[in-house]
Design a protein around this ligand. Structure first.
Ligand code: GLA
Length: 366
């Protein structure tokens, strides 16, 4: 059937019959929650059209930026919950499962966090005290309302060993365990997650499995593991995604896809990870679809999404949530990373908020 779309309705061509646009949250309701990371214009409903699209399509939300340390705790002793309160209110208004992202990360965390009043590196006890204050204040404010937290984000290197972040350098390897303990104390009912990218690569996956086992042996309240899945058309393979969900499911954890998008643009270097510090200079060759996405790539993207969701559907009972990193192509971080000013096409909704062939491929999976 050929459909002509008008907002959430589509006219079946030649029939004049209006059929409702399917909603992702309904299509997968007996399998997993489906969500998106939101920016401020969306959850304040300044962008009313997108706010409507989000309410119609998704039953869980993640804040793209407003709960990161730099946003919510910009200066010593000074918290700013203005935007975060609006985010949580939006989720409650629509009865959504509200995720908090993220408590401990080495990015988007101000330099002062790791320094004393004289700009010297902080000692272990002082940084632990600061971490406890941050976590108990932020998690405590939304106790019972934010239902799941990305407690620690991206603590692993690609070889599976611990990243030498300022957290680890100053506190030691147990900073991860301590962060989970602080979060559990602040809201004993909240789900608590470890979140990272490239977990489909075996060395990093094994590092994550080892980390989870250590935390479990220490009786830490760890509910789930988030696989970000900032993926490409050709990496990781569906098999790698499948293997990863199996490996984490075996640990008795909930598993989530937390930051899904599919990058169709050329890679500027061999490093294809979602390491946010990566940067490359813009060239026309790196921005080939500035005037639109060729049909062959559009179809390749649709097939890729169908393949991914076919894997996700297999993990009923283990995979509890699939969250996209953004709503429409217009707002994706991939327009500016790792190269600024590109035209990217990583999501299911186009720049005008209309569903793409990839959306149809996902909702029509047999
Ligand atoms: C990482 C973080 C997210 C976001 C993305 C890119 O994956 O977890 O918060 O910053 O990078 O936007």
């Amino acid at each position: 059937m050929n459909l002509i779309r008008i907002g959430a309705l589509a006219l079946a061509a030649g029939t004049g019959l209006a059929v409702a646009q399917p909603a992702l949250k309904d299509v997968f309701q007996d399998r997993f929650l489906v969500g998106a990371a939101l920016n401020e214009a969306q959850f304040t409903e300044k962008d009313a059209a997108q706010a409507r699209l989000i309410a119609r399509q998704f039953n869980t939300i993640t804040p793209e930026n407003v709960l990161k340390w730099e946003g919510v705790h910009p200066r010593p002793g000074q918290y700013d919950f203005t935007a975060a309160d609006r985010y949580v209110a939006f989720g409650e208004k629509h009865g959504m499962f509200i995720v908090g992202h993220t408590l401990v990360w080495h990015n988007q965390t101000p330099a002062w966090v790791f320094q004393d009043d004289n700009g010297q590196p902080l000692g272990r006890e002082a940084l632990l005290a600061r971490l406890r204050d941050h976590i108990s204040t932020v998690v405590g404010r939304y106790r019972g309302r934010i239902k799941g937290w990305d407690v620690v984000n991206e603590a692993l290197k690609e070889d599976g060993s611990l990243r030498d972040s300022p957290w680890r350098k100053i506190i030691g390897d147990d900073y991860i365990q301590r962060a989970f303990e602080f979060a559990h104390a602040a809201d004993p009912a909240a789900e608590l997650y470890y979140n990272d990218f490239s977990l489909e690569n075996p060395p990093k996956r094994e590092g994550a499995v080892a980390l989870v086992r250590q935390l479990q042996a220490a009786r830490v309240s760890l509910t789930g593991i988030g696989t970000q899945q900032h993926v490409k058309l050709d990496w990781p393979s569906a098999q790698q995604v499948d293997d990863t969900l199996v490996a984490f499911g075996r640990l008795g954890l909930k598993v989530m896809v937390t930051e899904l998008d599919v990058d169709v643009l050329p890679a500027p270097s061999k490093d294809r990870s979602a390491e946010v510090s990566r940067r490359a200079t813009a060239t026309p060759a790196l921005n080939p679809y500035a005037d639109g996405l060729p049909e062959v790539v559009q179809q390749a993207l649709a097939r890729r999404y169908a393949d991914l969701f076919a894997v996700y559907r297999k993990h009923r009972g283990t995979l509890t949530r699939v969250t996209f990193w953004g709503v429409t192509d217009r707002d994706s971080w991939l327009n500016d990373w790792p190269v600024r000013g590109r035209t990217s096409y990583p999501l299911l909704f186009d720049r005008a908020g209309n569903p793409k062939p990839a959306f149809d491929a996902v909702v029509r999976l047999p």
